[in-house]
Design a protein around this ligand. Structure first.
Ligand code: ADP
Ligand code: MG
Length: 325
């Protein structure tokens, strides 16, 4: 690398994200020293983004920095946890200043939004690859699991899934859309908003939760499987954005909402007796979530339309079955 590794870390990552009082020692020593609050469980997740697999080669550096943190924050949101600290393992082909400062700015802006301190990491030279580990907290025993759903629970999803998959297609020149719709969809892929506030609040209402990263149908299937149940979604209730419908039409929009990927929305289940309170305390219009189905006994995730089961060619993005090319 041009810039020495040490100078690079110092310039871009020593002051990335917020400064937190619970960081006794951050970037600079052999390891970080962190103060965990009493009465809480530490919640940990890690996710890796590989160039050409999880984002197209040549993606804006700010987007890569943002997404590397966002995908991890989304995992914490799904647990109902509050994020605190992140570690960043960055492999870059060179120490190009403009790229690194844009990357760090993208990461840092999202870290500021959710009060996350960057407390350490590793920097190496090689093909572009970004791993972020996130650490956060949840009150003891209060974390939402995938496994808590029971037959009869209602299934909800936040936001409008499918946008990001279309945004990626626009980004790659595989999809043409009216200018305003294209801008919106691209932003949904490049700068996803993890649902942190909703996740934390859902702890009081949800029986199970998962974040939607590989396609709604596949991910709701994972939740159902972990719960030892199945799930039935209503095709007509799957929420889709106006921009997505403008770009691909109503039918393809719903298909993308069910099978696209990179949404980073929350899919959660709520016992019927808690739904009234959920809707009262967290009005769906304000919090942006929709009822899409019901948990059932029979295993598997099916989509129903007018009394018929719909077939989908694939129910989620399979990293080993397809590639971004
Ligand atoms: P070591 O050889 O002990 O692993 P390094 O030279 O790799 O130390 O890192 C020095 C310090 O910089 C450590 O505190 C490490 O956590 C931090 N660090 C290295 N790379 C990054 C990065 N990309 N982001 C944040 N902190 C980093
Ligand atoms: Mg190291």
């Amino acid at each position: 690398m041009g810039l020495g590794e040490f100078a690079l870390i110092d310039r871009y990552f020593r002051k990335c994200g917020v400064k937190r009082a619970d960081v006794r020692l951050g970037v600079g020593d052999d390891a970080a020293l962190l103060d965990s609050p009493a009465g809480c469980e530490l919640v940990a997740a890690i996710d890796t983004l590989v160039a050409g697999v999880h984002f197209p080669h040549g993606s804006p550096a700010a987007s890569i920095g943002h997404r590397a943190l966002a995908v991890n924050l989304s995992d914490l949101a799904a647990m109902g946890a509050r994020p605190a600290w992140a570690l960043l393992a960055l492999t870059v082909p060179n120490s190009h200043d403009a790229w690194l400062s844009e990357f760090a700015a993208g990461f840092s802006a999202l870290a500021y939004a959710y009060d996350v301190a960057l407390v350490g990491g590793d920097t190496t030279s090689g093909p572009l690859c970004v791993s972020v580990q996130i650490l956060g907290h949840v009150p003891k025993g209060a974390g939402m699991l995938r496994s808590g759903a029971r037959p009869g629970d209602l299934v909800f999803v936040s936001g409008t899934p499918g946008d990001a998959a279309a945004g990626l297609a626009v980004e790659q020149g595989r999809l043409d859309a009216p200018a305003a719709a294209a801008t919106y969809l691209r932003k949904r892929f490049l700068f996803p908003s993890p649902r942190m506030a909703l996740g934390e609040r859902l702890r009081s209402y949800a029986s199970a939760c998962i974040d939607v990263s590989d396609g709604l149908l596949g991910d709701v299937g994972k939740l159902a499987h972990a719960s030892g149940c199945g799930v039935e979604l209503s095709y007509g209730k799957v929420p889709v954005s106006e921009a997505l419908v403008q770009a691909v039409g109503d039918e393809r929009a719903r298909e993308l909402a069910l099978t696209g990927g990179d949404d980073y929305e929350l899919c959660f289940t709520v016992k019927p007796e808690h739904v009234g309170k959920l809707r009262q305390d967290l009005p769906p219009q304000r919090w942006g979530y929709s009822l899409i189905g019901v948990v059932q006994d029979a295993p598997g995730a099916v989509v129903m339309s007018g009394g018929n089961v719909m077939e989908f060619s694939h129910s989620g993005y399979d990293h080993f079955g397809s590639s971004m090319g």
